[in-house]
Design a protein around this ligand. Structure first.
Ligand code: F6P
Length: 361
């Protein structure tokens, strides 16, 4: 009999519940017990936040968005900012308490579902002696060592649907529509949705863009009697010599700046330089919401079941990965070494250039 705990950390992604479903069913069939820690490591710090999960508790959740366990991206237990009575912020290391409670509760393994931030934390616990298996989640698709993270396909599908809808309104008004999509420092969502969604211009963090090149592409469209243009901008894109645009630090305990604003900047530059009617919109958290696509659902179920097989084999300190269509175990440390960037020589980039998409370079 084994006792497994699952947590979901960082920004939510469609498919989280499908992983939980697969873990609960795979473990239960083996006669093991499963617990869920609410809000990342919440259950390791407060017993009320640790919930028993049975097949009954996860009925049909594979089809739903979000996470039944809740999540947080301001919960690094190694450096948790806590306000004291005087309102001053103190940074507290909760890792010892978490390790103590992990052992006291008698867990054999922690299945940590997360992106690079959550998996980095999980890896630190692994180094402290916790048996950890990672599951790669993020709509950004920016984890190394896995061909895909779950959540990405759904985000791309949402962004592509949005682009499809924008075409008719852009065309009716002869407008330039600038769409800002998520992805942090990687352009995966922008690239995949932009190619499939008929973008004229795609701006990604991997290529510092020249706004003049962007305006030339729009002027070229006009010359060819295509009086409207669609521009997809990744939130982490920046102009050559410029800065990434952010909204600042965000909430207390959050370790990354909140990106956003590049879409409006690009739109106002285009408006000023081309005098074309230009509008911008930010797809934002729509990309994280809703039911997982079939691809994400199946991938998440496969990841969950494979993670449990890894527990059986004792492949701790590893993350389940999709490598050439197969489930593989890869060291967590290698998956989080740095963020996976778009390969500028890939066939997707070549396809985009071949069909006339401009990257602002
Ligand atoms: O990492 C997922 C992600 O959606 C990024 O694409 C985005 O920059 C960030 O999270 C937004 O975070 P929050 O939900 O805290 O605004």
């Amino acid at each position: 009999m084994k006792k497994i705990v699952i947590s979901t950390g960082g920004g939510d992604a469609p498919g989280l519940n499908a992983v939980i479903y697969a873990v609960v069913h795979s473990c239960t069939r083996r006669g093991w017990e499963v617990y869920g820690s609410r809000s990342g490591y919440g259950g390791f710090l407060d017993m009320d936040e640790m919930v028993r999960l049975t097949p009954r508790d996860v009925e049909e959740i594979y089809a739903t968005g979000g996470t039944i366990l809740g999540s947080t991206n301001k919960g690094n237990p190694f450096a948790k900012p806590v306000k004291n009575f005087a309102g001053e912020v103190q940074v507290v290391d909760m890792s010892e308490t978490i390790m103590k409670n992990y052992r006291r509760m008698g867990f054999d393994c922690h299945i940590a579902i997360g992106g690079d931030g959550s998996l980095e934390i999980a890896n630190r616990f692994s180094q402290l002696g916790m048996n950890v298996i990672g599951v790669p989640k993020t709509i950004d698709n920016d984890l190394l060592m896995t061909d895909r993270t779950f959540g990405f396909d759904t985000a791309v599908s949402t962004a592509t649907n949005a682009l499809d809808k924008l075409h008719s309104t852009a065309k009716s008004h002869d407008r330039v529509m600038v769409v800002e999509v998520m992805g942090r420092g990687s352009g995966w969502i922008a690239l995949y949705s932009g190619i499939s969604g008929g973008a004229d211009v795609i701006l990604i963090p991997e290529i510092a863009f020249d706004i003049d090149r962007v305006c030339e592409k729009i002027a070229d469209n006009d010359l060819r009697d295509k009086d409207y243009s669609i521009v997809v901008v990744a939130e982490g894109a920046k102009a050559a010599g410029g800065q990434v645009i952010s909204k600042g630090a965000g909430e207390l305990g959050r370790e990354e700046v909140v990106l956003g604003g590049i879409g409006e900047w690009v739109a106002s530059e285009i408006r000023g330089r081309t005098e074309k009617d230009t509008r911008s919109l930010v797809l934002g958290h729509l990309q994280r919401g809703g039911s997982p696509t079939n691809f994400d659902r199946l991938l998440a179920l496969r990841f969950g079941a494979a993670a449990v097989r890894m527990v059986e084999k004792g492949t701790y300190g590893h993350m389940v990965a999709l490598v050439s269509s197969q489930m593989k175990a890869v060291p967590i440390s290698e998956a989080i070494f740095e963020r996976k960037k778009v390969d500028l020589n890939s066939d997707k980039m070549m396809t985009a250039r071949d069909i006339g998409i401009c990257f602002g370079d």
